[in-house]
Design a protein around this ligand. Structure first.
Ligand SMILES: Nc1ncnc2c1ncn2[C@@H]1O[C@H](COP(=O)(O)OP(=O)(O)OP(=O)(O)O)[C@@H](O)[C@H]1O
Ligand SMILES: [Mg+2]
Length: 250
């Protein structure tokens, strides 16, 4: 199997600068097809910047990357990927139904298939009873749930989910993760960011980010074992402090 068949994402030394500020530094990331990979790290660590580059929304300053075998940025992969932005991706002046149909039209989904998908997804995010409501009247968590449903409308094979469970109540967060696992079982690859360490445990692998650098990556159980910590939060702090000390010494 070639690397490109095995991996949904491969980056080679990608860097993103905003003027003189380095938001992402020399990132080498590989995400296997059918894997759930979680990017974790404090505010400003560079997680969203990475996702935006991989979703072809912004260009790396240096380095290159392949997503689903194509060199990015590439407009042709848009139909194969789903991107749920950290800021809500839905239109406040439209109803729930109009938002779903808007995304359906972007991806040329046929009317009958669209109705079926919309019903399934609204049921999954528990918004069936809100189908004809204006989005501006929904709560924050409900807007987030709608944004996820819109992201999934065209059955993407690779999903970029930037903090998809923020503001979502605990019960629904559990059902989101069940659904993410089902998607993975169907071969979908997911790159996800979260600040909830309890849900990060569900990822196959985690990458810890600090100040634009990937400072560690492994299976959650392995990160706990290697650091001798009981929580991913403590494991992150341990690795982050070691990384800082290393930089002071070198
Ligand atoms: N368009 C931009 N222009 C200038 N600086 C930017 C821009 N976008 C991001 N940055 C900076 O890059 C750094 C990384 O931002 P990014 O949004 O990737 O962080 P993050 O890890 O997603 O944080 P959070 O957990 O808060 O979402 C931050 O210091 C941010 O201020
Ligand atoms: Mg972010």
């Amino acid at each position: 199997m070639t690397l490109e068949n095995e991996y949904a994402i491969i980056t080679h030394h990608i860097t993103k600068k905003f003027k003189d500020f380095i938001a992402v530094k020399d990132l080498n990331l590989k995400v296997k097809k059918g894997e759930i990979y979680g990017l974790l790290g404090p505010n400003g660590a560079g997680k969203t910047t990475i996702i935006k580059m991989l979703a072809s929304i912004s260009n790396p300053t240096h380095g290159e990357a392949r997503v689903l075998g194509e060199k990015i940025p590439d407009g042709d992969i848009a139909s194969k990927i789903g991107y749920m932005p950290q800021e809500t991706g839905v239109y406040l002046g439209l109803t729930v139904d109009q938002n779903m149909k808007f995304y359906g039209r972007i991806f040329n989904i046929e009317k009958e298939e669209m109705e079926k998908r919309e019903d399934e997804l609204l049921k999954f995010v528990d918004l069936e009873d809100w189908k004809n409501e204006m989005v501006e009247n929904l709560s924050g968590g409900m807007k987030h749930r709608l944004s996820l449903a819109c992201t999934l409308i065209h059955k993407p094979e690779l999903l970029f989910l930037d903090e998809p469970t923020v503001g979502v109540d605990p019960e629904l967060r559990i059902s989101f993760w069940k659904y993410f696992n089902q998607l993975r079982e169907n071969g979908v690859t997911i790159l996800i960011t979260t600040h909830y360490m309890d849900e990060a445990r569900h990822c196959d692998r985690i990458g810890f980010m600090q100040k634009g650098t990937l400072i560690a990556e492994d299976a959650p159980s392995k990160l706990l074992q290697d650091t001798g910590k009981d929580s991913l939060e403590d494991a992150f702090l341990e690795i982050a402090q070691k990384d800082d000390r290393k930089k002071v010494v070198t």
